[in-house]
Design a protein around this ligand. Structure first.
Ligand code: SF4
Length: 430
């Protein structure tokens, strides 16, 4: 069978894994970032709620003559996917155990699939995948040219997270039980990536040091994995970007300094303990600062991500975050307006919060009022500017940088209001 996998905009790891499974079943598989209709079956891999509203994706699906099956993180709310896109079925969980059956026999009787029949949505719960070692993914030939936050590709080493952060899809999609791949399976994949010209590889999985976790951290497994991958790729090409502040220690940080580009990104989210509690981060501002100091003491550079405009965030909470940034002097900063992803606890919080308590729907009346933006956008913008002035070597704010950050804050605000629109439309399912 001729199968076209489409991963719009970026080759997601999941789409390449599915491609490898189908290739090994003897199908002729092509994977593309562009919307192409060549295939007896089309698999559409979507990672963001906003992609459901993308006019080009909607038109593509409506005109497709072959069956279109949709998968990826959006599958957590299949009613929303089926309501917005004219696809034939949605894979609701981890797709590798069902993809061959779905493609070869259609959706009926398969676990973890939702589809329409006689005007009704039929859905069956996903059965889960115990062993996550998999066939060699189908890596497209232009993968070496891709750049996602500086890496050509993010590879998966494990699934699941112990955390329960309200805004995050990882524990809801993959669960809180950690399942790791074998080191051999990962190493074989990284060798293949190197052979085909991929240089920069990032290890993903929510929190990298959970690799090998079984009732407790398995630091030896994590450190051995870094050492092996570093020998193959060279330390300048290996990164371990995302880490929880309470899952690093001296040995882990030393291995990160020794075997990788020597950078970490912590999800700090806020400088207010009240907000961290609302977000169920499971750590405090003091824990966050301790992790910065510990990483620095090992010569590891630290970037951090922050969330602003969380429902109920007050100006005081926001100012505490600015203070934290000033004290932490981070090497890099990412700021996002809280996005209520369907299937997360934040989606319910967002629906239940009156507009007047939600910074995304309140007009900003402070220093940036002339810009006519929402309070959440103003905080996002101010925090991005602040992040620059708090770097170890502060960057001057040029007119171009000012406009870039302002546009970024505005566009985040607009996009997330669209997500709220979808949440309201499908409120009984999120
Ligand atoms: S620690 Fe990271 S991956 Fe885990 S739930 Fe929180 S945000 Fe998600």
């Amino acid at each position: 069978m001729k199968i076209q996998i489409i991963s719009p905009g970026v080759y997601t790891y999941g789409s390449m894994v599915l491609g490898g499974i189908l290739r090994d079943r003897g199908h002729s598989v092509d994977i593309s970032k562009d919307l192409r209709r060549d295939g007896d079956v089309i698999i559409l891999s979507l990672f963001s709620t906003l992609q459901l509203l993308d006019p080009s994706i909607r038109e593509f699906v409506s005109k497709a003559e072959s069956p279109v099956y949709c998968g990826g993180p959006v599958g957590i709310c299949p009613e929303m996917v089926l309501g917005e896109l004219d696809v034939d079925a949605v894979a609701m969980g981890e797709g590798e155990s069902i993809i061959a059956m779905l493609v070869e026999n259609g959706p009926e009787g398969i676990p973890g699939v939702a589809y329409r029949k006689d005007g009704k949505i039929i859905r069956s719960e996903p059965s889960g995948v115990d062993v996550i070692d998999h066939a060699m993914p189908l890596f497209p030939s232009d993968l070496p040219a891709q750049s996602v936050r500086g890496a050509n590709v993010y590879i998966e080493t494990h699934r699941g997270c112990l955390g329960g952060c309200t805004f995050c899809q990882v524990p809801r999609f993959f669960g809180r039980n950690i399942r790791s791949r074998s080191l051999e399976n990962i190493v074989a994949e990284v060798r293949e990536l190197k052979r085909m010209g991929v240089k920069r590889v990032a290890v993903s999985g929510g929190t990298a040091s959970l690799f090998g976790y079984r009732n407790s951290l398995n630091k030896d497994a994590f450190i051995s994995m870094l050492r092996e991958l570093s020998v193959i790729l060279g330390k300048r090409n290996l990164s371990v970007p995302d880490m929880r502040v309470d899952l690093v220690d001296d040995e882990i940080l030393e291995a990160i300094r020794e075997c990788t580009i020597g950078w970490l990104f912590f999800g700090f989210e806020s400088g207010s303990d009240r907000m961290l509690k609302l977000m169920r981060k499971g750590v405090t501002v003091r824990d966050n600062m301790r992790a910065v100091e510990l990483a620095r003491s090992h010569g590891v550079k630290v970037g951090g991500s922050f969330i602003v405009g969380y429902p109920g965030e007050s100006r005081e909470d926001f100012e505490q975050t600015l203070d934290f940034m000033e004290e932490a002097m981070l090497d890099d900063v990412f700021v996002s307006i809280a996005e209520p992803i369907p299937g997360t606890p934040l989606a319910r919080v967002a629906l239940d919060t009156p507009s007047e308590d939600n910074p995304l729907f309140c007009e900003h009346s402070g220093a940036f009022r002339a810009l006519k933006i929402s309070e959440a956008e103003a905080r996002c913008f101010e925090m991005m500017l602040h992040g620059e002035s708090c770097k170890p070597v502060p960057r001057a704010i040029s007119e171009a940088l000012y406009s870039t950050y302002l546009n970024e804050a505005r566009s985040q605000g607009e996009d997330i209001r669209k997500v709220y629109g979808l949440l309201n439309k499908y409120s009984e399912f999120v």
